[in-house]
Design a protein around this ligand. Structure first.
Ligand SMILES: [Zn+2]
Length: 427
């Protein structure tokens, strides 16, 4: 029998994730989705540890913490509060209410178990060995069945609100959705997120959304104010984005929503905001997210998602150094290390080689450098992304042909795709 822990979280996905991580660390875990029932259970049979989400309907996590710590029968129970980093005030209040530890969501997979173990040090340690046994011998062959489904909703460099002739590649700015492990992740909130949002409200299939923003340049956030799930009932939107040294992330995102046209009405969704760093997070049960810094002006992230034996990488704005790179410029190496062997890499390939020569150090790549680096990193499928807004369909068609020719001539084992609105990739 392991040490007993109780997880109280109204969000069943996050609750399952907490339960899995604690079980992996050797605990015996009760997951309770209702905070009033959670309190009953804790009072009836005090566990060694409780993990409480701060945002819950009815009794919120802070109140629950206060009830536990102010009751003589349960005040020795170790209380761990979980919430997003952006909620500094919550952290202070949690400490005031007697919480023993504050863990940021999404969980850092490298430190989660250690933080809990440190907290309980001095008490009976978990008696079970880690539940995750090392896998020995050859890995089983990956089945051909698709486990992830990516959809491109926008892939251009500039706002469609600026005009431009119709294009088969589309005019919307960056937004890509990824269906994985029964959930939906969304990358960037360019104007492509507007039609995606309408679809999500119509279908109602995904209610707990993760929106991951690479950075705050206009073409990556301009659709956010018109994202329909924010104004519809029953959605939770988790937003992960890089922190800025000069502006609090929470305020920055609230400001974007405040620009919404009046016909959208008041915000209805539950919003939770997370500062993302270069770490590996357990985002959802079985889904790991590893943000890393891109080579692009301002703080810009790229994202690696790993789940069910698949790897997906989204790096829409980043400049590859290529052959001219120096030892100080390590983006190429970091991308290669993190994206190594990815099933799908969506990467910045904004410029023709000729245009790139006059636009170096602007934070975008030439398609040729992108193709060469993807081949070097053992990528299976490369999607050329973030097409320059001034490029015509004919020019983009020619780019695709040229890229295929380069791949054949150099003998690369690389499948190539041009991003266009509506492109779906199952893998
Ligand atoms: Zn940018």
């Amino acid at each position: 029998m392991g040490t007993r822990a109780v997880v109280v979280d109204d969000d069943s996905l996050v609750g399952e994730l907490s339960k899995t991580l604690l079980e992996d660390a050797g605990y015996e875990v009760d997951l309770i989705n209702d905070s009033a029932k959670g309190l009953q259970s804790i009072l009836a049979r005090p566990p060694a540890l409780v993990l409480l989400d701060i945002l819950m309907p009815g009794l919120d996590g802070l109140t629950l913490c206060h009830r536990i710590k102010s009751n003589a029968a349960t005040k020795a129970v170790k209380v761990v509060m979980v919430s997003g980093k952006a909620f500094h005030a919550d952290r202070k209040r949690a400490a005031d209410y007697g919480a023993d530890l504050f863990i940021e969501k999404p969980y850092n997979v490298d430190t989660f178990a250690m933080q809990i173990a440190d907290l309980l040090a001095g008490q009976a340690p978990p008696s079970l060995a880690p539940a995750v046994a090392p896998r020995l011998g050859p890995q089983p062959q990956a089945p051909a069945e698709a486990k992830m489904h990516a959809t491109v909703w926008g892939c251009r460099s500039l706002s469609p609100y600026e005009g431009g002739e119709p294009s088969r590649y589309g005019r919307h700015t960056p937004c890509v959705s990824l269906e994985v492990a029964g959930s939906l992740l969304i990358f960037d909130a360019g104007s492509g997120i507007v039609p995606l949002g309408q679809r999500l409200v119509e279908e109602g299939k995904y209610r707990n959304l993760w929106l991951l923003l690479t950075h705050f340049h206009q073409d990556h956030i301009e659709g956010l104010e018109k994202f329909a799930p924010a104004y519809a009932e029953g959605f939770k939107i988790n937003i992960g984005a890089p922190a800025s040294p000069d502006e609090a992330l929470e305020g920055r995102i609230q400001n974007l929503f405040e620009a919404a046209p009046p016909e959208f009405g008041a915000m209805q969704a539950q919003l939770e905001i997370f500062e993302m760093r270069e770490e590996t997070y357990a985002l959802l049960p079985g889904v790991q997210l590893s943000p890393f810094f891109a080579n692009h002006p301002d703080t810009t992230l790229a994202f690696v998602v790993e789940a069910e034996g698949r790897k997906f990488v989204y790096a829409p704005d980043s400049e590859i150094y290529g052959e001219q790179g120096t030892a100080m410029q390590d983006y190429d190496e970091r991308l290669c290390r993190l994206a190594q062997g990815a099933d799908v890499l969506i990467h910045d390939a904004r410029y023709l080689d000729s245009d790139y020569q006059t636009r170096k150090n602007n934070g975008h790549s030439s398609w040729a450098d992108t193709v060469d680096l993807a081949a070097r990193c053992g990528i299976r499928r490369l999607v050329l992304f973030h097409h320059d807004d001034s490029y015509s369909d004919a020019l983009l068609d020619r780019t695709e042909a040229d890229a295929r020719k380069r791949i054949a001539e150099k003998g690369y084992a690389l499948e190539l795709m041009m991003a266009r609105e509506g492109l779906k990739i199952g893998f």
